[in-house]
Every structure is written in structure tokens, then in C-alpha cells.
Design a protein around this ligand. Structure first.
Ligand code: CUA
Length: 415
């Protein structure tokens, strides 16, 4: 047995030392960069900034769990680093080999088990707490689809009474301090509904209904995004929860169920109505729209779109995002005024909807000109064999600039 260190060392060239130190410097910069990337000042999807009771119980749980996991992680890193440095190969002889250390083995089995039990008890409690549906005060059905979310408010006594179906997309409007039960599913693949400041993620699965409870303390916009990879535009499948005071929510409801007002004859918007009927109404529903014979025009996206639906545009200009909540319907200055407004004035700002001077014409025009060029979607006619020629998402419609002008005037009136 010879535990003495020998002085035999592998010769280390100067260039090896240099390349090692350069590599560790690069590694350090990458590590720091990754850490700094987490320091966003404007972070609307911050799970560490809960805005309602459901997110709060998650927050109250994740703090101690992160703390425990952090301490364990730190101990492991320090011990590993110490052993790596202290016992690194200096050419010393291999130490004596041994097997079995019962006390240590049993100890290191029991200790993690105890830690995990300690973490599991409050976690299971929170899981059951979040699954509670007995106290529901409002129901919203949510359906995921490549690549947008539809929100539907069924007739109910909840939400302070809804006596006419409301269908919208991208933005879910809810009253503050109300337990809203989201009943979610999907029309195509698995999506995940996630509003980080209001609750955790919930997968939305075709053929199943999963529920998720949300509740916002204060009026405001709570941003979210699809959290399950769902194809080409997964990254462009966003959504927002818009919380309004119960009074403002009533006003919103009134707007969403208001009767269709046809544009005045001879206006650009009236031309837009015709352009809409001939180019858009096959897929997009506008409630109350009638043909020349006074018959209601009912869209049939199930005949034209693989997933079977397209956003209802009846109140397009009451929402301040479009195309899967990927772009704003408001110009940046108007958008900031809404998103940045104080809770006390938020409702009033939001309910103004999209005005002519605030309309984000740039993105809306680009979208109408060539939607699949702006947002990746499965619309190439030559590649639609697997879906029997039906696109997923909005196809290229070859609209003229005049038609786009008309459509914009028409959409602007859909308050
Ligand atoms: Cu839907 Cu990702």
C-alpha cells in the first residue's frame, strides 16, 4: 500500500493551460449571460408575481420547495466540486478499494425520503385545493386550436347571469374577485393553457374536458401562452385574461351581446361588409350578418379549415390582440396606455376598444395581405394531402389593397 504522492506528473504544456483558462472564461460568460437573461424588467408572465388566490397558493408552496431544493442542490455542488479538486488525478496510486458503508447508505436513503415526504405533504394539499370546483361563480369554455384559443361563455346564472352565448377569442374577459372555472379542451392536438400570474398550466386535450380555476384580484391584463408544443406556430399561440370590475364586466357583456349594426350604405365599411361576405364569411362568423335576401350568414369553417373553426369576428374591435393574440390591434402608444394603466382606470381604457386613431394598421394589413407569411401555418396547397386539402390556419387570400382598406373599415366597426 502506498498512499504517498509521487512526484510524477503529466507534462502540461503552456498552450493547454491557456486553452483551459479560455474555455472556463467562455463558460463563465455563458453562465452569467444565462443568469442575466432572467432579469427582465417588463415580465408580464412572472410566476413569482401572483395576481390571484390560485397563483398565490402555488407561490406560497414554491418558495419553501425552491428553498429546500436550493439548499440540497448547493450542498451537492459544493461536495462534488470539493471532491473534484481535492482528489483529482495527480498521478498518485489508486487508493485502497472498499465496499459497503451501511450507516451512510441507510442514512442517505432515509434523509432524501424524509425531505421528499416533507415537500409532498403541502404539495398534495395544494393540488387538491386547486382542483376545487364547488365554489365556481362563473364558467368559461376554452378550446385550443392550431394556433389560437376560443373562449365561450355558455348561458348560465354564473358571471352575474349570461342569457345569450358569448363567443370570443384570444382574450378571456372575467370579473375580478370571482372564481372562474375554465373548462378546456382542444380541436386538434394537445395544447396547454397557461396564465402564469393566475394559475399553473393545464393541458387541453382533444376529447377531454380539463378544468382550471382562475381568479384575479385586480383589474388588468394577464398575459399567457400555450405551454405545450403544438406544431408550427406554437410560439404564436398566445392569450390574455382581462380582468374587469364586476360593473365593467357587465358593460363588456352588454357590448358582446349587442345587436349587429350594418354599416351605412355607401361607406367604405359597407363595401367591406360585401368583401367580408365574399372572402371571409366562409370561415369567420359575424353574428347578425345577413345576405341580400335577409337570410343570416352562417360560417362553415368545418368545411374549410382542418380543425373546424375560425375566430368569431362579431366584436373584433373590442379585443386588443388578434391572430392568436400574437399581434396587437392597438398601435404601441395606445397599447401601452391600456396595458400600463392603473387598476382604477383600466376598465374604462379597455372598454374603449379599438378606435380609428389607435388601430394597428401595420400588422393588420400585413396579416390580411398574406397571413401565412406573417405567422407560420400549414396552408401550402401542395402540402395539404394529409388533411384532405384543408389548411390549418388562415390561408393566403390574394386580397387587393382596396379590399384590405374596405375590410379594415368594416372590422373597425365591429365593436
Ligand atoms: Cu398550442 Cu402550443
Amino acid at each position: 500500500m502506498n498512499h504517498e504522492r509521487t512526484s510524477v506528473r503529466a507534462p502540461v504544456s503552456e498552450s493547454t493551460v491557456k486553452s483551459v483558462s479560455r474555455r472556463s472564461r467562455i463558460a463563465l460568460i455563458v453562465l452569467l449571460g444565462a443568469m442575466v437573461a432572467g432579469c427582465a424588467e417588463n415580465a408580464p408572465q412572472d410566476t413569482w408575481d401572483p395576481a390571484g388566490p390560485n397563483a398565490q397558493v402555488i407561490h406560497d408552496l414554491q418558495w419553501p420547495v425552491f428553498l429546500v431544493a436550493g439548499i440540497v442542490g448547493l450542498i451537492v455542488f459544493v461536495v462534488v466540486a470539493y471532491i473534484l479538486v481535492r482528489y483529482r488525478d495527480r498521478g498518485q496510486p489508486i487508493p485502497e478499494q472498499s465496499h459497503g458503508k451501511p450507516a451512510l447508505e441507510i442514512g442517505l436513503t432515509i434523509l432524501p425520503a424524509l425531505i421528499l415526504i416533507g415537500v409532498a405533504i403541502p404539495t398534495v394539499g395544494v393540488v387538491f385545493d386547486l382542483a376545487e370546483t364547488d365554489d365556481t361563480e362563473c364558467v368559461v369554455n376554452v378550446t385550443g386550436q392550431q394556433w389560437w384559443w376560443e373562449m365561450e361563455y355558455p348561458e348560465q346564472d354564473g358571471c352575474n347571469g349570461i342569457d345569450e352565448l358569448i363567443v370570443t377569442s384570444g382574450q378571456m374577459v372575467i370579473p375580478t374577485n370571482t372564481n372562474v372555472l375554465v373548462r378546456g379542451t382542444s380541436r386538434d392536438v394537445i395544447h396547454s393553457f397557461w396564465i402564469p400570474r393566475l394559475n399553473g398550466k393545464k393541458d387541453m386535450v382533444p376529447g377531454r374536458v380539463h378544468s382550471l380555476r382562475i381568479n384575479a384580484d385586480e383589474p388588468g391584463i394577464y398575459a399567457g401562452q400555450c405551454a405545450e408544443f403544438c406544431g408550427l406556430s406554437h410560439a404564436n399561440m398566445r392569450m390574455e385574461v382581462v380582468a374587469l370590475t364586476p360593473e365593467d364586466f357587465e358593460e363588456w357583456k352588454g357590448g358582446q351581446t349587442s345587436a349587429y349594426v350594418a354599416p351605412e350604405a355607401g361607406t367604405l365599411a359597407a363595401a367591406g361588409e360585401q368583401t367580408f361576405i365574399s372572402n371571409c364569411a366562409r370561415c369567420h362568423q359575424v353574428n347578425g350578418l345577413e345576405d341580400a335576401d335577409g337570410e343570416p350568414i352562417v360560417s362553415r369553417p368545418d368545411l374549410n379549415v382542418w380543425s373546424g373553426a375560425a375566430p368569431n369576428l362579431t366584436h373584433f374591435s373590442s379585443r386588443n390582440t388578434f391572430a392568436g393574440a400574437t399581434w396587437d390591434t392597438l398601435r404601441p402608444v395606445c397599447r401601452d396606455a391600456v396595458w400600463g394603466s392603473e387598476p382604477a382606470t383600466f376598465g374604462e381604457k379597455y372598454l374603449e376598444g379599438v378606435t380609428e386613431s389607435c388601430l394597428n394598421q401595420v400588422d393588420l394589413r400585413e396579416w390580411l395581405r398574406n397571413a401565412p407569411a406573417k405567422k407560420p401555418m400549414y396552408t401550402d396547397p401542395e402540402k395539404l394531402e394529409p388533411t384532405d386539402g384543408l389548411p390549418r390556419g388562415m390561408p393566403y387570400l390574394a386580397l387587393s389593397e382596396d379590399q384590405i382598406d374596405e375590410l379594415i373599415a368594416y372590422l373597425l366597426d365591429r365593436q
